[in-house]
Design a protein around this ligand. Structure first.
Ligand code: GNR
Ligand code: NI
Length: 167
């Protein structure tokens, strides 16, 4: 197992639109395992392959307190359900910043599991929020795209400066 490097905003590679997985093979399963290891290590409640510069439609999530309820979604297709409501989000690719964004309160998601079988589930609460956040990553979209340009530019400048200081 390998802990992968997470790209940080405003890295342009985070804007790449991910491609569908054609075959759920051992290479894909190894990537899924590495995504989980990277997510648990971070620690985060979700991770999209896009964030580790692999532009395939794969996301992993575990919103449980006990960190014992992993979910993997390959080629996910989302349908928003219910009302839209503001929620506070963070992102491992935008470390240290939290902003309110509008999300559906529930989603239906159809995807492939790690055996390559189609499944469907409906999710609510934090799992629904996280699925929407991760599916955005696969489209090259980040939560800062929903906030004001003023706030977004402030975050961009601070992260760019922090990265310069680290280098
Ligand atoms: O760890 C994460 N926490 C989080 C909190 C609120 C809404 C979404 C998230 S996802 C984030 C991990 C991440 O960046 N996934 O892409
Ligand atoms: Ni994120």
């Amino acid at each position: 197992m390998t802990i992968l490097t997470i790209l940080e905003y405003p890295d342009p590679r985070l804007r790449t639109v991910a491609k569908p997985v054609e075959q759920v093979d051992d290479n894909v399963r190894t990537l899924v395992d590495d995504l989980f290891e990277t997510m648990y290590d971070a620690p985060g409640i979700g991770l999209a392959a896009s964030q580790v510069d692999v532009h395939k439609r794969i996301i992993v999530i575990d919103v449980s307190q006990e960190r014992d309820t992993p979910h993997v979604f390959i080629n996910p297709v989302l349908e928003g359900l219910g009302e839209e409501a503001p929620v506070e989000e963070g992102c491992l690719s935008i470390p240290g910043y939290y902003e309110q964004v509008i999300r559906y309160e529930a989603v239906k998601v159809e995807a492939l599991n790690r055996s390559g079988e189609t499944f469907s589930m409906t999710a609510t609460d934090m799992l629904a929020v996280c699925i929407q956040h991760e599916c955005d990553h696969l489209e090259g979209k980040l939560f800062v795209d929903y906030i004001s340009p003023l706030k977004r530019n402030r975050i961009r400048r601070k992260l760019t400066k922090a990265k310069r200081a680290r280098a």
